[in-house]
Design a binder for this molecule. Structure first.
Ligand SMILES: CCCCC/C=C\C/C=C\C/C=C\C/C=C\C/C=C\CC/C=C/C(=O)SCCNC(=O)CCNC(=O)[C@H](O)C(C)(C)COP(=O)(O)OP(=O)(O)OC[C@H]1O[C@@H](n2cnc3c(N)ncnc32)[C@H](O)[C@@H]1OP(=O)(O)O
Ligand SMILES: Cc1cc2nc3c(=O)[nH]c(=O)nc-3n(C[C@H](O)[C@H](O)[C@H](O)COP(=O)(O)OP(=O)(O)OC[C@H]3O[C@@H](n4cnc5c(N)ncnc54)[C@H](O)[C@@H]3O)c2cc1C
Length: 664
């Protein structure tokens, strides 16, 4: 039944103004307008078709990505799109490509770590895409341990050049996106050696390929590292391998905002902290948090719409069976993910604000908030990407067997998304960086200020603990502060426990290593606290639109209570709640699910995703799932012939018992 909205009855049930929610989701009426316009532009242009990705060979897939990137650039130039519109276009084209690294890492690295002069030279070329850059940090032997990188950059004062060299196999650059087949330039990270002395890892702009014929320059060996997880998926990206054989670059191609090398061979450290060399990672981690809400909301939109279409069991007197979305088990798996998508949206907005604030300060040489920005971006990147990757997989299961079909969109979404748990910092490694955020109860505090610091923290949080005792079913419903205090008390108590345990070690590093699993759990608790608190802050703002705020309150409560239920062990063992509270929280969750149920479809409609972007038959707007699945099956290349290729060679000899004489 083409043209019929099979989900209309669901949409009619909704109790809030969906258009107003669309604006909350987008961030502002302007952001909504841009997003809506560009998503429709991409969806209606056959040049951006993407439904054939899983059937293409790697070479075809990659060539198609090159075509799309060129076509996207032409569209941006022809339509004179603004930077904001261009970024949205890249988002809705929905295909990882070398351009992500060029715009997302190469340019920001030059902006953040280059001097004024360097920016003036390189940025205009990069903005016009007259050069294409990548971010070459990770090596075959080291990714997480940046200080362990082996590539060297040795200053030659005779020629005023650096010699970039890969001394070992493990020093080969390995993974950089865009490097394999496209990038003409790289920001390559290498250990700086001046006058025989080492000065740690620094960034260098290195040309890799000829701007005339794209061949690698002298001393450069470069290629793609091979197929990655999943068909299609991240294989549109040319992650690369690179070796330098004594490649010479001019001295002024070292990024010199943080430290400089003079022509006489003097190494000068400016007032800028060394950690600014890691600044690009902070920027990208922040964008990854914002991206998590997009990936999770997309999976949730598919699973929610399909759960309303799908019916199993429960037919009474020949009537329709039960929609699977009406099963409490389905709701208890799906609605916390819906709530998380909204929670991550708001934490992404907050982090964007935090990053903009830090950037402004850095420009004025105020570095005071850099540690907080680093800890928050690292921790929240870890929290949101782990939850999103797990959430996408849960959505696949929520769609039963059909979720496993590529046409559901979920396998590819998972395969594209899951490396976010690894790139830009392995999620566990990043959680270990959160210690600064953990109530300032780091191992250094313990050892420098002694156990006194711990005692002070303990007594401060004992009072929080007392107030969290006041929390009951009623306060759960009415008072966000009771919930927030329970999260604060739990996070604080987990940090205090770590700090107390750390103080039993004579050697802080040994203690830190021994207790790292506990530290990671405490870090997760802190990050969850931040997400809950920022969701609550969002609700304190004025939010226009009939029923919009009420829906968000329900989702906020679901997010917090779901975490409380899931981690009740932490809350109980740190004494933040009693078993009775835990049971009440669970009762409250059930009641909140019933409140979401009539609004579920409208809440995912508010993401305003086109069918093109969703790329899922199960999630299509009109809910007309079965005819579309049936049709798509017949379009599979395997169904091009009724009798498959290979019948005469392999099937017939089997059937005819001729297998021993067949030439296999
Ligand atoms: C067609 C046209 C289209 C137009 C398109 C338009 C727009 C598109 C735009 C954008 C696209 C947007 C985004 C997309 C971009 C990319 C996303 C896609 C793909 C991802 C690609 C992936 C890239 C990568 O993975 S790059 C490599 C990343 N590598 C890592 O993350 C390594 C992880 N390791 C580390 O970060 C560090 O080594 C460490 C673990 C933090 C440890 O560092 P170390 O030096 O050993 O330090 P410590 O001794 O532990 O710490 C010293 C001290 O420093 C502090 N610290 C550490 N890091 C930082 C930091 N980053 N900032 C500030 N401070 C830091 C640390 O806490 C410690 O402090 P202390 O001494 O006080 O304790
Ligand atoms: C799709 C993709 C794209 C990428 N793009 C780029 C790019 O454009 N440019 C670039 O430079 N890099 C890129 N990378 C590399 C990426 O940044 C690294 O893979 C990542 O930082 C993890 O480092 P690793 O591979 O060394 O992991 P490892 O550190 O080897 O991790 C292996 C295991 O060891 C554990 N571990 C490591 N250290 C510790 C520790 N101190 N304590 C406890 N556990 C630890 C980890 O938790 C993990 O379980 C990309 C990677 C992927 C997958």
């Amino acid at each position: 039944m083409e043209g019929v909205d099979h989900l209309a009855h669901e949409r009619n049930k909704s109790e809030f103004d969906v258009d107003a929610m669309k604006i909350v989701w987008a961030g502002s009426p302007h952001a909504f307008d841009v997003s809506d316009r560009i998503s429709k532009l991409v969806a209606s242009d056959p040049g951006f078709r993407k439904d054939n990705r899983s059937t293409l060979s790697r070479k075809e897939l990659f060539k198609n990505t090159l075509r799309k990137a060129a076509y996207a650039w032409k569209t941006i130039v022809d339509l004179r799109l603004s930077e904001e519109e261009a970024a949205k276009l890249r988002f809705y084209v929905d295909e990882p490509a070398f351009t992500d690294l060029h715009w997302g890492m190469f340019i920001p690295a030059i902006k953040g770590q280059g001097t004024e002069e360097q920016q003036q030279k390189w940025l205009p070329l990069a903005y016009k895409m007259q050069i294409i850059g990548c971010y070459a940090q990770t090596e075959l032997g080291h990714g997480s341990n940046v200080q362990g990188l082996e590539t060297t950059a040795t200053f030659d004062s005779q020629t005023d050049e650096f010699i970039i060299h890969s001394p070992t196999l493990t020093s080969s650059k390995w993974w950089p996106g865009g490097l394999g087949k496209v990038a003409t330039h790289a920001i390559a990270y290498a250990r700086l050696i001046v006058g025989g002395r080492e000065h740690g890892v620094h960034g260098f702009i290195v040309q890799l390929r000829s701007l005339e014929d794209h061949s690698p320059l002298l001393g450069i060996t470069v290629g793609d590292i091979g197929m990655k997880f999943g068909n299609g998926a991240y294989n549109t990206m040319d992650n690369g391998v690179l070796q330098f054989d004594h490649v010479r670059i001019p001295r002024n191609q070292m990024l010199m905002r943080v430290s400089q090398v003079t022509c006489e061979g003097k190494y000068k450290q400016s007032d800028v902290p060394r950690q600014l060399v890691y600044g690009t990672m902070v920027y990208v981690r922040q964008t990854i948090v914002a991206d998590a809400s997009c990936a999770l909301s997309r999976a949730v939109c598919i699973a929610t719409r399909y759960s309303a279409v799908r019916r199993q069991f429960g037919s009474q007197n020949g009537g329709p069976e039960t929609q699977v979305i009406d099963y409490k088990t389905q709701q208890s798996r799906l609605f916390p993910l819906l709530a998380s998508a909204y929670a991550f949206r708001f934490i992404g907005e907050w982090l964007k604000w935090l990053y903009a604030d830090v950037t402004q300060r850095l420009q004025a040489n105020d570095f005071s908030t850099l540690p907080e920005a680093h800890a928050c971006t690292a921790g929240l990147k870890s929290l949101t990407t782990t939850a999103t990757a797990d959430g996408i997989e849960e959505c696949r299961k929520l769609c039963g067997g059909h979720g496993y079909l590529c046409s559901s969109g979920l396998p590819e979404l998972f395969a594209v998304y899951v490396p976010a748990c690894t790139y830009e910092g392995d999620n566990t490694v990043l959680l270990l960086q959160v210690r600064d955020m953990s109530c300032k109860v780091s191992h250094e505090d313990c050892f420098s200020a002694g156990v006194q610091a711990v005692q002070q923290e303990t007594s401060r949080y004992n009072s929080l603990y007392d107030s969290s005792r006041a929390f009951n079913a009623m306060s759960l419903r009415c008072s966000k502060s009771a919930l927030l205090e329970a999260f604060e008390a739990r996070a604080a108590r987990m940090s205090v426990a770590c700090a107390q345990n750390l103080s039993n070690f004579d050697n802080p590093e040994e203690g830190f290593a021994e207790l790292s699993a506990d530290l990671v759990e405490a870090a997760v608790a802190h990050c969850q606290l931040i997400v809950v608190s920022k969701f609550i802050e969002k609700l304190q703002q004025e939010i226009p639109g009939k029923g919009v705020k009420q829906q968000l309150e329900v989702l906020c409560n679901i997010y917090a209570l779901f975490l409380l239920h899931k981690h009740q062990g932490d809350f109980l063992s740190t004494g933040c709640i009693t078993p009775k509270h835990a049971a009440l929280a669970n009762d409250e969750l059930r009641s909140l699910y019933s409140q979401v149920r009539p609004n579920a479809i409208a809440l995912v409609d508010a993401f305003n995703y086109t069918d093109h972007y969703l790329g899922s038959i199960l999630g299509c707007y009109d809910g007309n799932v079965y005819p579309k699945l049936y049709e798509a099956a017949w379009k599979d290349p395997l169904n091009e012939s009724v009798v498959p290729d290979g019948y005469h060679l392999y099937i017939r000899p089997l059937l005819k018992q001729e297998i021993r004489t067949a030439r296999l």
